[in-house]
Design a binder for this molecule. Structure first.
Ligand code: ADP
Ligand code: MG
Length: 606
């Protein structure tokens, strides 16, 4: 007796359907894709019971003639390709002729459809995959398709549907993606008979974001800057990204489109986060709406049954392009916001032998100022102790702070004058006809970062009395970190293997707190993991950058730290000599200028 049985076609269809249709959002996606392919300019979506009860899509597309209306529910029924070769050049969404057959297999379907050139339309219904009724009716041009009682005939699958909130969330994400990728279409979304989103056609992604979310989010977006050296002839990128001061707590506002198809791709997300590195605080995410236009021969869109992921022939190049365009856009935006053309021109230096007078004017320490009451060294509280220590270390090992501050100061006609410190956070300088305000933490951070980067001097570590144990998550991380030991040693950090996934840090720079150090090692482990595809040189650069920005942030003076006049002078001078001085390592401006004329206007002197 044979034990192999051939499944009944209807059962086989139900199983196959599971591949495409797992949840209501997938139906919404397939139906809207069909409406778009049908040339619709208006698409309304009615959802009841988070799609478990009803999903209805009404479009004004081309509609179907009677024969097609009957055929479209058959497996492999499609008007979009006739042979496999057509796939490569396909620009429409659907192409497998499976969606409607699959949907009809797992729900009850009712469809009315009419072509423009026909008097009457056609209506037919399917119950659990079998044709139930068909008739001619009078209706509008286009297609009106309802999918009710999802998985009613498949209790095992129905059990896997999530809570209404979760399913609704998935539906809205898919719906929003269509709104973003098809600006010329008027979309409407109804939830339990209430209109929750009305989005008429617009001409920019920014406007669409305003419709879908809110005007504030839209205001915080900027168009992606094209990088002059994009030499990828097969891939171009456009879109809008959020400014550095706008963030979200999740990647809910990450939207990627490849040849106008929404994809959820981990590699693309990673590239975005690299572009925002040092710009957003840890655990925060930007809003990103990105459209990649890619030569179809260089991308495989069929790696995923629901076509949600893509594979690029040269994925590293795509990631690099994304990262560069984001960095360029963010940097340009900050530069534009700074009202002064160059900090170097308006800030001050105290070295008398500086030749470039126009560019770096000298400074006069104005002596005790109205703020002199606070003219003291930081209070040796625990936190400040560390800072104090750090400043001295910095003085010894990188820049001789006191030496500069005590150097003779020459007064010049174009001198800038340190007025003092405001709120223990900002340094105020009077220079010519303006008042320059410097954020002491942001400025110092940038100074230290650039110094660390340049010097690469060996930072001596101190042997720890009790080693710090770091537990690593990735199994391969330990081995990778151990191969980079020499690199960490350059920063005074030495460690050895402690357990199968544990490191013992035996020495480190005294200016790194134990928690920070653990976090730093873990972040480096992640970086190494991510960097598997990178060549070692660029990996090292990334690690260096990471370590340096980390050290710079930790060791820089903080907002709230009281600074002596020498330290102020040192900071100001160093900033004027620092590269990338306009922006701190997190993307905030370091300097802001208030013009004398602005002050005069306020007091109506002019
Ligand atoms: P595919 O989209 O892969 O061709 P589907 O099962 O999604 O397969 O649809 C089958 C066919 O039904 C399509 O090729 C199209 O001709 C027709 N069709 C489906 N939805 C619509 C619609 N909203 N308007 C016009 N024609 C449609
Ligand atoms: Mg389709």
């Amino acid at each position: 007796m044979n034990i192999i049985k051939i499944l009944h076609p209807q059962e086989a269809q139900k199983i196959a359907a599971g591949e495409i249709i797992e949840r209501p959002a997938h139906i919404v996606k397939e139906l809207i894709e069909n409406s778009i392919d049908a040339g619709a300019t208006q698409i309304s979506c009615y959802i009841e019971g988070a799609g478990k009860k009803l999903i209805r899509i009404v479009d004004n597309g081309c509609g179907m003639a009677e024969d097609d209306a009957r055929l479209c529910f058959a497996r492999h029924a499609t008007s979009k390709i006739s042979c496999l070769d057509d796939l490569a050049s396909l620009i429409s969404f659907g192409f497998r002729g499976e969606a409607l057959a699959s949907i009809a297999a797992v729900s009850n379907v009712l469809m009315s459809t009419k072509r423009a050139d026909r008097e009457l339309g056609y209506r037919l219904s399917y119950k659990a995959g079998a044709l139930h009724s068909q008739e001619e009716i009078a209706c509008q041009q286009g297609t009106d398709l309802s999918v009710a009682d999802l998985f009613e005939n498949m209790p095992a699958r129905k059990k896997f549907l999530k809570q209404d909130d979760t399913e609704w969330h998935q539906i809205t994400a898919a719906f929003h993606a269509f709104c973003l990728s098809h600006l010329a279409i008027h979309f409407q979304l109804y939830q339990d008979n209430k209109l929750v989103l009305n989005a008429p056609a617009v001409s920019s992604v920014k406007d669409r974001v305003g419709q879908v979310w809110d005007v504030n989010t839209a205001h915080n977006l900027m168009e992606l800057e094209q990088v002059p050296r994009n030499n990828l002839s097969w891939c171009s990128l456009t879109g809008a990204i959020s400014q550095h001061h706008f963030w979200r707590y999740s990647k809910a506002m990450f939207f990627f489109f490849v040849n106008n198809r929404w994809v959820k791709d981990l590699e693309l997300s990673k590239a975005v986060m690299k572009g925002y590195q040092h710009v957003l605080p840890p655990g925060k995410f930007p809003a990103v709406f990105m459209s990649l236009s890619v030569d179809p021969a260089m991308v495989d869109i069929n790696v995923h049954p629901k076509k949600e992921e893509v594979r690029f022939a040269k994925s590293t190049q795509v990631s690099n392009l994304i990262q560069h365009m984001i960095s360029a856009t963010l940097e340009h935006a900050v530069n534009k916001r700074l009202t002064i053309s160059s900090v170097g021109r308006t800030t001050v230096a105290c070295q008398p032998h500086k030749k470039d007078e126009d560019f770096v004017p000298s400074v006069v320490l104005s002596g005790p100022t109205p703020l002199q009451g606070r003219y003291t060294e930081p209070v040796p509280a625990q936190h400040n102790n560390v800072q104090h220590h750090v400043m001295q270390r910095t003085a010894e090992t990188t820049v001789p702070l006191l030496h500069h501050a005590q150097a003779p100061i020459v007064q010049r006609s174009d001198t800038g004058k340190i007025i003092g410190q405001l709120f223990n956070t900002y340094l105020i300088i009077e220079h010519e006809n303006s008042c320059v305000i410097i954020d002491q933490h942001a400025a110092h951070e940038r100074i230290l970062y650039e110094q660390f980067k340049k010097k690469f001097a060996r930072r001596d570590g101190t042997i720890l009395l009790f080693p710090i144990i770091v537990k690593l998550i990735h199994p391969g991380a330990l081995a990778q970190l151990l191969t980079e030991q020499a690199f960490f040693l350059q920063h005074g950090i030495s460690f050895e293997q402690f357990g199968p996934r544990e490191l013992a840090i035996t020495s480190c720079s005294p200016d790194l707190a134990s928690n920070d150090l653990q976090e730093l090692i873990k972040e480096c482990a992640d970086l190494l993991q991510e960097g598997e595809n990178f060549d070692t040189e660029s990996m090292r650069t990334k690690l260096h950058e990471h370590v340096h920005s980390h050290l710079a942030c930790k060791t820089a003076v903080k907002a709230g730290d009281q600074l002596s006049s020498e330290k102020m002078a040192y900071l100001i001078k160093s900033l004027s000599e620092t590269e990338n001085k306009n922006i701190c390592i997190h993307g905030r401006p370091t300097t802001w200028t208030l013009e004398k004329t602005e002050i005069e206007k306020r007091f109506r002197r002019k």
